[in-house]
Design a protein around this ligand. Sequence first.
Ligand SMILES: CC(C)(COP(=O)(O)OP(=O)(O)OC[C@H]1O[C@@H](n2cnc3c(N)ncnc32)[C@H](O)[C@@H]1OP(=O)(O)O)[C@@H](O)C(=O)NCCC(=O)NCCS
Length: 195
Amino acid sequence: LNPHPRVRRLAAAFRIRPARRTDAARLIRRMRALAWFEGYLESFAVTRRELDRRAFGPNAQCAIEVAESVVSGCILGYAVILTTPYTYDLRPTLTLKELFVEPDARGLGVGTALMWAVAARATALSAGRLRWDVMPGNARAETFYQSLGGRRVDNWIPYVMDASALRELAASRPKATRKQPRRRPRIEPRPARGR
Ligand SMILES: CC(C)(COP(=O)(O)OP(=O)(O)OC[C@H]1O[C@@H](n2cnc3c(N)ncnc32)[C@H](O)[C@@H]1OP(=O)(O)O)[C@@H](O)C(=O)NCCC(=O)NCCS
């Protein structure tokens, strides 16, 4: 794959690489910054230990790419990718769960380079698509994604069920699935014996 021209311009300033265990603390700081930016900081629960468990090693549940400054070694941005192994066309769907670039490093091609790495992963897996959500009002991100070939999805309505709605539904077991009480065997009156 050829890097996007925007990236080539700045290729000397940073590199894209898969995240390592030693990045965990720095990644969490940036994840918190994204949580603040997107307004769910009070629910943010990722810890270093959990990230270590979920993002690295043979049982990793996600992949993370980082952009690292060649000069300072700072993490300038990161992308978290989830893989759904297959869907109707039997091809994987990749989900861009998080994309974040440090405010001072924005507009320099870092986000584009991260998206390029995500696209390379998707292509290597023969993914059928990459999907993600954008908060309403995040016009900058929309411009950014559209400039890379992303398009808004108009033919699907996103739905979610939060934990309390799930608990409520799980507790209200549909009648038809409840264990039916055993029917009492009907006791037929014995035929009267002839006297
Ligand atoms: C969206 C984001 C990841 C983009 O990363 P980035 O490193 O700034 O993007 P790049 O420099 O690679 O791309 C630049 C492109 O983004 C858009 N862009 C960059 N700065 C912009 C600005 N100030 N206003 C509008 N569009 C802008 C343009 O399309 C620009 O293309 P151009 O350089 O050809 O004009 C980054 O702004 C960010 O982290 N924002 C906060 C978190 C966020 O919104 N994440 C996405 C969640 S869905």
